[in-house]
Design a binder for this molecule. Structure first.
Ligand SMILES: *Cc1c(COP(=O)(O)O)cnc(C)c1O
Length: 472
């Protein structure tokens, strides 16, 4: 492609993107397609000769957007938001242009150094202690896997990587029953096995029960297991469950266990100082993950993994042990040794653009609004006769249930309601389960949403609730 053509087509793509953002709220939030609808429209064999960009872009416009769930839609209230603030999109385009491969300092010095700086910007922004260093991983799943591998190797005195796990004591990891499935998956991939993830019950505040944790560790030691680490939950996915970080870290210190805090979603909100009570004591943790690609506005994939002592992580994951000898001494960092991947994208650029374009204050204002607007909706639903709030807002997340009295099966009714809401298209919600009951989750956090969007959510929920009510 000639330079002039590149200019033309990338301008066309930018034009399309601007128009897409501008008209997003006219689209249904969740894709309204059936499985297989899109695949049917794609040629079953690849072309032998090149096609024109005109044709390719036209097919993109005709086929792809209608088959997408629109994560940047201002009324996306499902899962946790995955934002792509415009400034971060522009940075992504430039990072792709540079085709940066950021495995070693040498392969992309500016990317490596910017990554170190951006991790420190983030550290300051969320108020973590100076002791934390860090790395940008693709996802929280990878950061958590890295942390669990570190727990394993630290407990086995780095024999696991060399000898394998057979013949070693059984390594045990502890987490509350409300932690994310990425912890279970990390156990599988780390070769530790699901059975060695000890799920500790939670109390009436949905926090890990510390007495049960202490007992589980003592029982495991007595039975010959090898306790290695604790994953601490701050802002769980289903309803925002949060452990008492300070208490759990204290137990971990007494037991010489490594701690990893999963604050994938809630961590971004810690840029607001008044919210930091949520993770009181966090400076005592060894490792922590938060996803700027969720609430903060960096586009996928951008997960900040903070580590107190990178040496244990690097000792676990660096494939060239001789490099360790100079690690940290000459100021050279090779970030591929801090995670799973060898080849790595240039993720720091989008954070640099994002934080500078909006400023911490601009980002804080958004998060404070999201929380305030969720609380407003929660209050309105609470005062509706046929609705109950099941769990109160934790940051911008709460769960509710539709409970008209004359209906016997509320679980079924709530499933019908959430499906009907998503078919309607004005808003997008997901369901969850709480204490054996089906509930509907609401979480706000789309980067450019406005107060009117939660008002529309209220109308959509209450209108559609009337429609799904059986008439008899
Ligand atoms: C989203 C989320 C994850 C998984 O994050 P990925 O970046 O998609 O791997 C893990 N834990 C919590 C609490 C989350 O909210």
């Amino acid at each position: 492609m000639k330079k002039s053509e590149f200019e033309k087509w990338s301008a066309r793509a930018a034009q399309w993107s601007a128009q897409y953002m501008d008209t997003l709220d006219e689209r249904p939030v969740r894709a309204q397609t059936q499985p297989g609808d899109i695949a049917k429209l794609i040629d079953s064999v690849p072309p032998e000769s090149g096609e024109s960009m005109e044709t390719i872009l036209k097919d993109f416009e005709n086929i792809i957007p209608d088959g997408m769930t629109h994560w940047q839609h201002p009324r996306f209230f499902a899962y946790f938001q995955s934002n792509a603030a415009p400034a971060s999109m522009i940075a992504e385009q430039l990072a792709t242009t540079l085709a940066a491969q950021c495995m070693l300092w040498q392969t992309s010095p500016a990317a490596t150094e910017l990554e170190t700086c951006m991790i420190d910007w983030l550290r300051q922004s969320v108020g973590l202690s100076k002791e934390f260093k860090g790395v940008l991983q693709d996802t929280a799943s990878s950061a958590t896997l890295s942390a669990i591998l570190t727990m394993r190797e630290r407990a086995l005195n780095w024999r696991g990587n060399v000898e394998g796990l057979s013949g070693q004591p059984r390594v045990r990891i502890y987490a509350s029953s409300r932690t994310h499935s990425s912890i279970d998956k990390a156990m599988w991939i780390a070769g530790l096995g699901q059975d060695n993830l000890v799920k500790i019950p939670t109390d009436e505040h949905f926090a890990l029960d510390e007495h049960a944790l202490e007992k589980a560790i003592a029982d495991d030691r007595a039975a010959g297991y090898l306790p290695a680490g604790i994953v601490i939950c701050v802002g769980g996915t289903s309803m925002g469950a949060t452990d008492r970080v300070a208490n759990v870290c204290k137990i971990a210190k007494q037991e010489n266990l490594y701690t990893h805090v999963d604050a994938a979603w809630a961590g971004s909100a810690m840029i607001c100082e008044e919210l930091r009570t949520l993770w009181d004591g966090v400076d005592e943790a060894d490792s922590l993950v938060l996803n700027p690609h969720k609430w903060l506005g960096a586009s996928m994939e951008c997960s900040a993994h903070f580590i107190k002592d990178p040496t244990v992580l690097v000792k676990t994951l660096a494939i060239q042990p001789e490099y360790l000898k100079t690690h940290g001494q000459d100021g050279l960092v090779n970030y591929s040794e801090w995670g799973i991947q060898l080849g790595r994208r240039f993720r720091a650029l989008k954070l640099w653009f994002l934080i500078r374009a909006y400023g911490l204050d601009g980002l804080r204002t958004r998060i404070r609004h999201h929380i305030q607007w969720s609380e407003k909706l929660c209050k309105r639903l609470r005062s509706e006769p046929d609705f109950e709030i099941v769990t109160d807002p934790i940051l911008s997340l709460f769960t509710f249930r539709y409970v008209p009295q004359h209906i016997a099966d509320h679980d079924e009714l709530n499933l019908q309601l959430v499906n009907a809401i998503n078919d309607d298209g004005r808003i997008y919600l997901t369901q969850s389960e709480h204490d054996g009951k089906r509930v509907i989750r609401f979480v706000s956090g789309q980067f450019d949403m406005e107060e009117k969007d939660v008002d529309i959510a209220f109308e959509a929920i209450t209108d559609i609730a009337k429609l799904v009510l059986p008439t008899t």
